[in-house]
Design a protein. Structure first.
Length: 232
């Protein structure tokens, strides 16, 4: 089964004449162990789709199955527990807690979830991301690239079924952005993680092994390198 799938996803903001049809019936499968880029013009529904797949938002129609769990069956508390246990997020703006050190930021989701960290895994993640000598630093003492690597470490620590990244390189210079993309790809190649990344940047998308293209709230095509894949 895919790590996450959506069927017939519809999401409408507002109603009547003011209604915005952000998703108009999206079918999508994210196979386990893949790095998928979601692309498309501004306003095509990328963020809305990823928020629905990540259990951050509920679609108005259709069904999301995340790591074998049908999200429609869960109440809000259930969705929140599921996110804590099975989903990691990386945002464009890092979203680190300024008063906490890098190590405390990385551990925060586990602390909030009342889960004990596996120390060997913590060390492996931190070493892989090159953060070993930065753990006592607060976010303002770190470069943008280091802050985003802290955010990636935080997303990976619970070994989530899927890591969602929404424009993770949007606030980074080119070289630093490439470093963060390397880290995400490494999490897929070596760590067996599943990553879904929203980006409008074709260069960033070249780190992914599949590209799903949205246009006006629909999937316009999927490119996964196979000759029989639907062309855009
Ligand atoms: P993308 O990520 O591709 O730029 P979004 O999913 O952010 O697209 O937005 C899709 C459409 O839904 C856009 O027309 C956007 O203006 C609209 N939209 C997104 N979020 C909201 C919201 N909270 N309220 C009203 N309209 C929204
Ligand atoms: P990168 O983002 O690839 O780590 P930078 O050129 O942004 O590289 O940063 C180089 C070094 O300068 C880093 O080791 C970082 O710790 C330090 N640094 C960058 N920005 C700041 C800052 N605002 N405060 C303290 N140190 C910083």
């Amino acid at each position: 089964a895919p790590a996450v799938s959506g069927r017939g996803l519809v999401r409408t903001y507002g109603d009547g004449d003011a209604a915005v049809h952000a998703l108009r019936g999206v079918d999508i499968d994210i196979p386990r162990g893949t790095f998928t880029a979601v692309m498309g013009p501004s306003g095509s529904g990328k963020s809305t789709l990823v928020h629905c797949l990540a259990a951050l938002d509920r679609p108005d129609g259709g069904e999301v199955v995340l790591d074998g769990v049908a999200l429609a069956d869960l109440d809000d508390a259930g969705l929140s527990r599921l996110r804590g246990a099975r989903v990691g997020f990386v945002f464009q703006s890092f979203n680190l807690v300024p008063v906490l050190t890098a190590a405390e930021n990385i551990r925060l989701p586990l602390v909030l979830g009342g889960v004990r960290a596996d120390e060997a895994w913590f060390t492996e993640v931190v070493d892989r991301l090159g953060l070993g000598d930065r753990l006592g630093h607060r976010p303002h003492e770190l470069s943008g690239g280091q802050q985003q690597r802290v955010a990636v470490a935080r997303a990976l620590l619970s070994r989530p079924a899927v890591v969602f990244a929404d424009e993770p390189t949007g606030n980074l210079d080119t070289a630093t952005g490439h470093e963060v993309l390397d880290v995400l790809r490494e999490a897929v190649r070596t760590g067996g993680q599943t990553v879904v990344m929203v980006t409008h940047d074709p260069v960033a998308a070249s780190w992914a092994d599949r590209v799903v293209v949205l246009s006006d709230g629909r999937v316009a095509g999927t490119l996964d390198g196979h000759p029989d894949a639907a062309a855009v």
